[in-house]
Write a new protein. Structure first.
Ligand code: SAH
Length: 232
């Protein structure tokens, strides 16, 4: 059983390497760093995939996780992790915990990970799963991540794993100088682009388009919910 899984992980890593090579003109990299590949090798993806889809857990594709959401494709998780350029001491914010898989990969690459999920059932499941797996440098929260998490800002990197029609201004504000925001931008009609936004030392933002992608949309808490919260 154990060796089967090791073979599955090897196959997944080979698929990621192959796709990185195919897309090298877009991503301006010939390969992902050993650090990111080691993180991908160490997180047990099958623990983040629903029971009935276990046989596909190490395939290089997204999979449904319920509530109309998906666990991202391994290549995309590796790419976004790479684009963040995190070092061991980094504090990182993730919007869209989903299954918690990308969160776990980030926890291997940073000192502390904060992650926000808007769907309560998904956020709770991811939290207990990450605890069971022994990830201790992750804090999760159920909320609308559009507003970021001001309490722990500024961040050495911010990653959004759902597509926004435009870059949420609060996230740019919560980025350190020299840090990067990695986010899919666009809608159903325009198509989405994975973007990197880097804040330079003058506080200016430099934008780079990386690759066409297909993410689930970033949703917002309705105005009504906000009113209720404010009057409560
Ligand atoms: N990284 C996750 C991807 C999950 S899909 C994984 O690999 O499992 C994107 C997630 O973003 C979904 O779970 C969705 O519910 C969540 N999401 C959408 N809009 C959000 C928002 N405004 N704030 C926080 N999470 C959001």
């Amino acid at each position: 059983m154990k060796s089967e899984r090791a073979a599955d992980i090897e196959r997944m890593l080979a698929d990621i390497r192959r796709e990185a090579a195919y897309t090298s003109d877009y991503i301006k990299l010939a390969a992902f760093s050993p650090r990111v590949m080691a993180a991908m090798a160490s997180v047990p993806r099958h623990r983040f995939v629903p029971a009935e889809l276990q046989e596909y857990a190490y395939d290089n594709g997204p999979l449904p996780i319920g509530h109309g959401q998906t666990i991202s494709q391994p290549y995309i998780v590796a790419l976004m992790s790479e684009l963040l350029q995190l070092n061991e001491g980094a504090t990182v914010l993730e919007i869209g915990t989903g299954s918690g898989y990308q969160t776990a990969v980030l926890s291997c690459l940073a000192r502390q990970v904060y992650s926000i999920e808007i769907v309560e059932a998904l956020g709770q499941l991811a939290r207990s799963r990450l605890q069971q797996l022994g990830f201790h440098n992750i804090e999760t929260r159920i909320d609308d991540g559009y507003l970021g998490w001001a309490q722990h800002a500024p961040y050495d990197g911010i990653i959004v794993t759902a597509a926004a029609p435009y870059v949420p201004p609060p996230l740019l504000e919560q980025l350190k100088t020299g840090a990067r925001l990695v986010i899919p931008v666009g809608g159903r009609l325009t198509g989405q682009q994975l973007m990197v936004l880097e804040k330079n030392h003058a506080g200016e933002i430099r934008e780079t388009q990386v690759l066409p992608v297909a993410f689930v949309p970033l949703t917002r808490r309705s105005a009504r919910t906000h009113t209720t919260n404010e009057s409560a």
